[in-house]
Design a binder for this molecule. Structure first.
Ligand SMILES: [Ca+2]
Ligand SMILES: [Ca+2]
Length: 254
């Protein structure tokens, strides 16, 4: 089942002026694909706002793309159980005032610099639509993409979409942040579901999950970092690694 119209994206609450006539063309309009959290607060107010003063942020989720396809089965011991409450919690995020998608339009590098399908800039173009032409496909096996936020941010939330046109589960999903572009020092792991350390980034306690249009929400815990690196090691449908979009919600590091 294919839902191809990008205009479906715009049907939600935030029918702002963003026009994404085709995937991969970075938006020329001033509006971010993801809204900022502080429509009303002044810079002076946010500078003195304690981290505990949270506001709502509503990401724009794309339409679901698969209907009725069975969830892959097999030996995935750490697969999470469906949790409607967790999905609900993802619709509106609680973040400090001034939080916005600081990854939008930022440069993306990868362990596979010449992707099989698509281009790396699709990862941060603000568009999480899962249609053909909207995602990048990396080589088989363990691969990563890395976003340079250009300066240090307090990272509150990360939303990542691998692929949601069919039900699939990506293996060894690992999300790390650091101020070291080589990820050799000062690395904080925010998510890791490699339960058996087969990707050699350490054993992770997080759950494996079925990709949906809601992506995966990762708690940044206010970690200070300039670089975000996401790794995976193939998926239940094939050995490839895909990214539709990664959004990093942060505020300038204090
Ligand atoms: Ca995208
Ligand atoms: Ca593994």
């Amino acid at each position: 089942m294919k839902l191809k119209s990008n205009t479906l994206l715009l049907g939600g609450l935030l029918a702002t002026s963003i026009m994404m006539s085709s995937c991969g063309k970075s938006g020329e309009t001033a509006t971010n694909g993801a809204p900022a959290a502080n429509g009303t607060s002044s810079p002076a107010a946010s500078a003195t706002t304690p981290a505990g003063d949270l506001v709502d942020l509503t990401p724009e989720y794309p339409k679901p793309m698969f209907i009725g396809t069975p969830v892959p089965t097999g030996d995935i011991p750490n697969l999470e159980k469906p949790d409607p409450e967790a999905v609900k919690a993802r619709l509106t995020l609680k973040v400090p005032k001034g939080t916005e998608n600081v990854a939008k339009g930022k440069k993306v590098t990868s362990s596979d610099p010449l992707p099989i399908i698509g281009t790396l800039d699709l990862v941060t173009d603000g568009d999480a639509d899962g249609s053909d032409g909207c995602y990048v496909e990396l080589a088989p096996g363990a691969q990563w993409v890395q976003i340079d936020l250009e300066k240090e941010y307090d990272i509150w939330k990360i939303l990542a979409w691998h692929f949601h046109k069919q039900t699939s589960i990506y293996f060894d999903v690992n999300v790390q942040v650091s101020n070291d572009p080589e990820f050799k020092t000062g690395v904080t792991t925010l998510y890791n579901n490699d339960h058996d350390d087969s990707s050699k980034l350490g054993k992770g306690e997080d759950k494996a999950y079925v990709e949906t249009n809601h992506g995966r929400l990762i708690d940044g815990k206010g970690t200070k970092a300039r670089y975000v690196r996401l790794s995976s090691n193939g998926n239940t449908a094939n050995e490839m690694n895909h990214y539709i979009e990664v959004q990093v919600y942060g505020t300038p590091a204090k």
